[in-house]
Design a protein around this ligand. Structure first.
Ligand SMILES: Cc1cc2nc3c(=O)[nH]c(=O)nc-3n(C[C@H](O)[C@H](O)[C@H](O)COP(=O)(O)OP(=O)(O)OC[C@H]3O[C@@H](n4cnc5c(N)ncnc54)[C@H](O)[C@@H]3O)c2cc1C
Length: 1007
């Protein structure tokens, strides 16, 4: 082991030498620019020709750019000229898109001669893409690489295609690497010089150089379980590394999105630390300077390299996923991992370049940039430190920045090109990233070659560039007034070790006091009963999570009396106090987040992510409804007329019964209870028989939050007796119910009766089931559609009212899609939900298991069973194998009845009209969606799909409070939207106060 310090950093304060350094950078920059001027500008930016025009227009007009890139994204999947012409028209034919004249003329012609346009466009875009990619013909690839070698340029090859949806795809990807390596190895054996680049002795990487994306080597990467992902990836990597070692090849790990960064580092250290690979193959990885973590990671890798006494190549890049990282973090309310100003990324790149140069005895530096300032900085620092510039290399992308490449070669620097190989379809994401990079107004290439920025500007120090606020990703105006203070509870980021570690600890603590008895709570008093119903773990029926008291009719009557007595005072309690109670409750749930999620894992059989999301949603309901009530609590003027005041305000309804389901055991219960009480009602809550311990836990938290006596009562017991009695009770003012259609309809009917002595109409807030559909169009992005359908259908074992159960696939895509859907489903991890990374667990109970299995059995007579997963042979668990039926007729039970389990029915549609008709052919109207890249078809779905929640190009489950108010109509519910701004109005009655302000003809000035 090396005794030297892990990392060495520049000694002392370098600021005094800064002016000198800046002069030197400027000199190097000028030298590079002078050399570049001798070369042709890169073809993308030449003003002539197709590419030039498109790129120029993209930079000028944001709408054109979006539409063009979206069209390019869908193009490889379009199979006919008429489809190409139709999409071209849909994307670029709209009025807001300003088109270059030539394109407009072409588009007009598209209607009459679609074959001409189709063929022309495909070949033009294909040609454009081929500028960045090498295709997949082995001989052609070898020829191109040989051509580079002849110019003194080394290469690294990468196989196009990123995240895989199934294990078979991951196997194929690994196999293709082996084949590529073999093929190139054979070809290169015939080349005259082994290494085209002049390096210092003992430095440089082997010529056969491959870049690998780890996400393509395992389809089930789960943030909560990096160890399994690391193992599976390493298993597929080892044969590649073994062969690379034999062939003397180099393996680089590309760096992808932030979510997989730590996993990439973990696999790198683990696998290259194994005895077999300690002395080869030569290895390296990319690190992204735009990440705030990058300095620490680079320090870690340098330290590791020293300890292992192994030279590692670090490819320092700025990072290619800036938009994605920024958007994702904003959506999840996570800290944004990337710098927000371009100059910060540039400055970070410079700082880390220096760190690499200073540690060049331990690590091999490779600088992946096309930016002349970044390159000049490296050359100036190398000169200052006395580092020979042949001891590190520059890396640039194939097809980009040709003049910059020519210049660095002229300067005697080593240059390697990153060469993606493969077809356009799997490479489309890479291609679109390159187009974005080329047209980014902040990017060096566009500034230099398209915008004509001055050398002065291009060589300015990033330290001196003032920070301007970054552009917002989306500026859409909210249609419904947003609750200004509300902020969604972020989902737990399980990639963070400390967050991950909380869950096993919470499960262990919970296990140490399982099996307790949970009495009723009436007027804050615990009420024990004669009967106790055990609540058992769906994954292990021998494990009793707790036992719930079973209320009698007398207990229900006492709960009603307590609620009735407490209601008037609670109604008079100021809105601010009622809202504050909910906010305290949210705070307590936040404190106990892991403990509550652990309880959901054991009592409801939710996996880590689903359990965590349910707790987050419960927190959201409390905070959101608190804010909504604060707003509603302020009386509103209706219409102003002289001499009259009209004010509307809201009164609570009275006493409510909340009957909640087990599938979102905390969120839905909390949502309905918190909405009821914040509105000034008192509530009797009846959690599901399957999840009473969660109900009892909520009750305890309410009391801890300061709930006054009688405002909420906890009553557990059979729905058919206690529940029915409370629903029919003449003193019940409203019922909030979420559950099955059967029970919901009964409640609706019972509540409609007005027995003698009942002086009011009951309000029913009713959310029932769904038979939810997704259409997969013929131009859908199948990578996304497959993953989205699997998650929507099988997430929480299909036991969500929003779960996908009817999948309607356009005929053109049917076979391809079904094959990938089955392969992806077959790759899902099934097992106890407490094991991190297991996605599918047991269904809620034995009874549910029997019922679903019987439906699957009868489904075999109605449709073709095309896939069934295998579940652990665990007799104590209630597993149901996830199942896919195909060719499901619309008349079948499979197509029509809600199953509430992991059963997916697939039906083929001949065209989009038929797909929509099939989708709407249901008594339910809860969730539905469509994967399509046809703007016209997406508009039709928006206008015509009869569902309360319509999702486009994403999963159809996972609604988030305020963002997607949730609820359906028809037989799915009464049209109320949980988590929406109008929801609280269901728990209130509006009153209008009209006052005549005229007194003997005198009207006050202020009204
Ligand atoms: C050989 C090679 C290999 C590569 N491998 C990888 C890889 O494995 N993983 C990967 O992610 N990327 C990789 N890249 C891409 C790289 O990260 C950059 O996207 C690309 O090189 C552009 O950087 P630049 O220095 O050439 O250009 P510049 O125009 O100087 O920089 C553009 C970059 O600045 C950053 N940026 C832009 N806007 C902002 C903003 N508002 N705030 C903060 N930062 C901003 C982004 O990172 C953007 O890509 C590779 C690049 C090369 C050349």
């Amino acid at each position: 082991m090396s005794a030297s310090p892990a990392i060495s950093i520049s000694p002392g304060d370098t600021s005094r030498s800064l002016p000198d350094l800046e002069t030197s950078i400027r000199n190097w920059g000028e030298k590079i620019f002078a050399l570049m001027d001798r070369a042709e500008p890169p073809s993308l930016f030449s003003t002539k020709g197709f590419y030039g025009t498109l790129m120029e227009w993209s930079m000028r007009d944001a709408r054109f750019k979006t539409q063009l890139f979206r069209f390019v994204d869908v193009l490889p999947t379009l199979t006919s000229s008429s489809e190409i012409a139709r999409h071209l028209q849909e994307y670029l034919g709209e009025d807001e898109v300003k088109l270059p004249t030539a394109l407009r003329v072409g588009l007009k012609a598209a209607g009459g001669a679609s074959w001409l346009v189709g063929t022309g466009v495909r070949s033009q875009v294909g040609g454009m893409a081929r500028q960045f990619m090498l295709g997949d013909d082995e001989k052609e690839i070898a020829r191109t690489l040989r051509g580079l070698a002849d110019q003194g340029i080394a290469f690294t090859v990468d196989i196009l295609g990123e995240a895989v949806v199934s294990e078979s795809e991951a196997d194929q990807y690994a196999q293709r690497y082996l084949e590529l390596m073999e093929g190139l190895g054979r070809a290169m054996a015939r080349w005259p010089a082994a290494d085209p680049v002049s390096t210092l002795p003992g430095r440089g990487s082997p010529s056969l150089n491959l870049s690998v994306k780890l996400s393509a080597l395992y389809s089930q990467i789960h943030p909560a379980d990096p160890d399994t992902a690391a193992k599976k990836i390493s298993d597929r990597l080892r044969p590649i590394l073994r062969r690379a070692k034999e062939l003397g090849a180099f393996i680089n790990f590309d760096m992808e999105s932030y979510g997989s960064k730590n996993l990439t580092l973990q696999v790198f250290r683990q696998v290259f630390g194994e005895p077999e690979f300690r002395d080869g193959p030569a290895c390296g990885l990319a690190l992204q300077a735009y990440l705030k973590d990058c300095e620490a990671d680079l320090g870690g890798i340098i330290g590791w390299a020293r300890r292992q006494q192994r030279r590692v190549t670090v490819r320092l890049v700025k990072g290619a996923y800036w938009d994605y990282e920024t958007t994702l973090a904003q959506q999840r309310h996570w800290p944004v991992p990337v710098f927000q100003h371009k100059a910060e990324s540039d400055a970070s790149f410079e700082k880390l370049s220096l760190l690499l140069l200073e540690n060049e005895d331990a690590v091999e530096a490779a600088f992946g940039t096309h930016n002349v300032r970044s390159i000049a900085h490296i050359l100036a620092q190398a000169e200052r430190l006395g580092v020979d510039r042949r001891s590190f290399e520059f890396q640039m992308l194939y097809g980009m920045a040709e003049p910059v490449k020519a210049a660095v070669l002229e300067l005697g620097c080593r240059l390697r090109e990153y060469c993606p190989v493969g077809e356009l379809l799997p490479g489309i994401a890479y291609f679109v990233r390159r187009l974005l990079e080329n047209t980014s107004n902040e990017g060096f290439l566009a500034r230099k070659f398209a915008q004509g920025a001055s050398r002065e500007e291009l060589l300015a120090s990033p330290q001196r560039i003032p920070s301007v606020d970054p552009p917002k990703i989306s500026d859409a105006t909210p249609i419904l007034q947003a609750n200004s203070d509300f902020r969604n509870e972020p989902p737990t980021d399980f990639t963070v070790v400390s967050e991950r570690e909380k869950m096993p600890a919470a499960l262990a603590t919970l296990r140490s006091h399982l099996g307790q008895r949970h009495p009723l709570v009436i007027d804050h008093k615990f009420v024990s009963t004669r009967e106790w119903l055990p609540s058992v773990n769906p994954a292990n029926q021998n494990e009793t999570v707790g036992s719930a008291a079973q209320a009698s009719i007398e207990d229900a009557e006492s709960a009603m009396a307590a609620a009735k007595a407490a209601q008037p005072k609670w109604a008079r309690t100021p809105v601010a106090e009622r809202a504050a109670l909910l906010e305290r409750l949210a705070g307590l749930m936040g404190r106990d987040k892991a403990a509550l999620a652990a309880l959901e894992i054991l009592e409801a059989g939710k996996n880590w992510t689903e359990a965590d999301a349910d707790v987050a949603e419960a927190i959201d309901f409390c905070n959101f409804y608190a804010g909504c009530m604060r707003d509603l609590g302020v009386p509103q003027r209706t219409q102003t007329v002289a001499g009259e005041s009209n004010v509307q305000h809201w009164w609570p309804r009275g006493v409510g019964i909340v009957i909640a389901p087990w599938n979102f055991p905390l969120a839905i219960l909390t949502g309905m209870v918190s909405a009821g009480i914040v509105a000034g009602n008192t509530v009797i809550m009846k959690p599901s028989d399957q999840t009473p311990v969660i109900g009892a836990r909520l009750m305890a938290l309410l009391i801890e939050a300061g709930l006054p006596k009688g405002v909420v009562g906890l009553v557990m017991g059979p729905g058919s007796t206690v529940g029915a009695h409370l629903v029919a009770h003449p003193q019940t003012n409203f019922i909030a119910f979420t559950g099955s259609k059967e029970v919901g309809l009964r409640i609706w009917e019972t509540a409609g009766r007005t027995p003698p002595g009942q002086g009011h109409l009951k309000k029913v807030v009713c959310e029932m089931g769904g038979k939810n559909c997704l259409i997969v169009d013929s131009d859908a992005d199948l990578d996304e559609a497959v993953a989205g359908c699997v998650a929507s259908a099988f997430g929480y074992q299909g036991q969500k009212c929003s779960a996908l159960s009817r999948l309607i696939v356009l005929a053109d895509n049917y076979d391809r899609f079904l094959e990938r859907l089955i392969a992806a489903s077959d790759s899902l991890r099934i097992g106890p939900p407490e094991v991190p990374g297991n996605v599918i667990g047991p269904v809620i109970s034995r009874e549910a298991q029997r019922r679903i299995l019987a439906l699957i059995q009868s489904g075999k007579d109605e449709a073709k069973l095309v896939w069934q997963g295998s579940v652990p042979a665990e007799p104590q668990a209630c597993y149901v194998p996830p199942t896919i039926f195909a060719e499901v007729p619309p008349t079948s039970r499979l197509f029509r009845e809600e199953i509430f389990g992991p059963v997916l029915s697939v039906t083929k549609a001949r065209n989009f009209d038929e797909a929509l008709a099939l989708a709407n052919d249901s008594e339910f109207a809860l969730t539905g969606g469509c994967y399509s890249r046809s703007p016209v078809n997406l508009e039709r779905v928006k206008a015509e799909l009869a569902c309360g929640n319509v999702y486009l190009n994403r999963t159809i489950t996972g609604a988030i409070v305020e963002r997607q108010p949730f609820g359906g109509f028809k037989m799915s519910g009464g049209g109320t939207k949980a988590g929406g701004r109008e929801y609280l109005q269901n728990f209130l009655v509006p009153r209008v106060i009209t006052e005549n302000c005229l007194r003997r003809g005198f009207a006050p000035e202020e009204q």
